[in-house]
Each structure stands twice: as structure tokens, then as C-alpha cells.
Design a protein around this ligand. Sequence first.
Ligand SMILES: NC(=O)c1ccc[n+]([C@@H]2O[C@H](COP(=O)([O-])OP(=O)(O)OC[C@H]3O[C@@H](n4cnc5c(N)ncnc54)[C@H](OP(=O)(O)O)[C@@H]3O)[C@@H](O)[C@H]2O)c1
Length: 255
Amino acid sequence: MGLGTYKLQGDMAYAPVLAALQSGYRHIDTASFYENEEAVGRAIVDSGVPREEVFITSKVWNTEQGYEAAMKAFESSLKRLNTDYLDLYLVHWPVTGKRLDTYRALETLYREGRVQAIGVSNFNQRHLQELYAACQIIPAVDQVEMSPFLYQKELLQHCQARDVLVTAFSPFARGRILGDARLAELGREHGKSPAQVILRWCLQKGMAVIPRSSDPGRIRENSQVFDFTLDRDEMLQMDFMHSELRTTTDPDTYE
Ligand SMILES: NC(=O)c1ccc[n+]([C@@H]2O[C@H](COP(=O)([O-])OP(=O)(O)OC[C@H]3O[C@@H](n4cnc5c(N)ncnc54)[C@H](OP(=O)(O)O)[C@@H]3O)[C@@H](O)[C@H]2O)c1
């Protein structure tokens, strides 16, 4: 479980990251594209939590792709984050013609010990197959959009069969699915909110999950999902909520 930080910038990023670390989160998801790495880095330092206890994920943006450009982008991200290593570094999107060279840069960084793990984001099975054939280090993670309303079951199974951890982004479809009456009903059974039920579904599917909130109360609420379990029927009910609700670009559009 980590804190998502897309769209949070400046103090609007600093305060939520600090609140998250204070309420027990130890994983922060950022990206050079979010233009908040500096604020994220400052909040981590100011939190007083030792650097080695925090798991920082960042990503190479599309305009930074290619071998040399990605190496440079990494140095800039480190500088902004005020750290000397990353826990996880991802290729943000499978940019056509560049993604393999970008990933090669990540392999170099991994071998040099500058990142603890490397992976990809928004890669579908086709992009992953192409990568397995070309890479030397299998990606540790594929971070993709996933929620009960966008249950990418085959992609999840593909990754799990190869020990690639799926991280679910936009688990609330950016807030759009939180008013669903069926989720409210499932939550009532457990004394939990729709948001907590969704996060639990993600975790029980074996995914990592990175919900975003800017509100300290909701940040705490989202972390309180380790004291209940959805049973088989409840999980199935949620599987059937799938309705192809995608809030961002379909990775299939990347040749
Ligand atoms: N790799 C990629 O290409 C990619 C793409 C998209 C996102 N991501 C990552 O995934 C993270 C999460 O996805 P997201 O930011 O798109 O959206 P999200 O987490 O699905 O939804 C965020 C929205 O939900 C609301 N919310 C959060 N907790 C709530 C709660 N307990 N009750 C009611 N409302 C709640 C937030 O409002 P408040 O702030 O008011 O609480 C916010 O409007 C991102 O921040 C980013 O780190 C990665």
C-alpha cells in the first residue's frame, strides 16, 4: 500500500506525504511527470522517518525516454528527491521505438546499485512479451490501471505467472466509483467505506495499490484495510463489477 501523488504539487504534495508517513505509510509513488518530486523529497526528510524505511517509486517520463535521456532523467529525479537511490524506477509508458532502450538504462542503474528494483508501467501483455525477449532483468513490477470496474484479469494472471508484481493505479477510478451503491452495501457488512472495500479487493488479488488522497483523514482511512477480509462471494461480486471503465489512455494505443 502506497500513497499516490499524481496532481498533487507544492504544498498540496508536501502535506499529504507528511500525513501519510505520520500515519504509517512507507511507500510513496511519484514520477518526474507529476512535477512534485522536490516536495515529496522534502516531506520525507521532514517526516523524520529514516530514508531506508521509506520505499520511493519514480518513473521516466515519455519525453525522457531512450538510453541516454533516461540516464539523465534518473539523475534529475534523484536530485529533486534529495536522495542517492530509488527503491523502484519505472518506464512510465511503453513509448514506441524507445521503451526497450529506456529499460536498458534502468538495467544499468540496477546493476550499478542506484535503484533497488526496476519495472514498467502501462505495459500490456504484448509490450511485456517483447520486453522479456529483449531484457536481461525481468521487471519486478508492472504498474497499471486496475479497479473492480477495470478488472484486467488476464494481465494480472500473466504477471502473476511470471512473478511480476502488479501495482494498481487509480483504484477509485479517480473517485468516480466511490458512490456505487453495491460497494457501499459491501462496506456496511464490515463497517468499512467503499474506498476501503476497493483497496481490500486489490490487496486480496495479490496486487500492490497506491490510492491518492490529499486529505489526512482519508489518507488514514485508506490505510485501515488490514483488519477485515472479503469472502469468496464478496470478491466474486466485485469481479463482476468490471465494466471497462478506464480513466487514462489505453496502453494498446502504443504500437
Ligand atoms: N503509472 C501511471 O501511468 C499512473 C496513472 C495514474 C495514476 N497513477 C498513480 O496512482 C495514484 C492513484 O491514482 P489517481 O490519483 O489517478 O486516483 P485514485 O487514487 O483512483 O482516486 C483519487 C481520488 O479519490 C479521492 N479519495 C481518495 N480516498 C478517498 C476516500 N477514502 N473517500 C473518498 N474519496 C477518496 C481523492 O480525493 P481527496 O484527495 O479529496 O481525498 C481523489 O479525488 C496516482 O496518484 C499516481 O501516483 C499512475
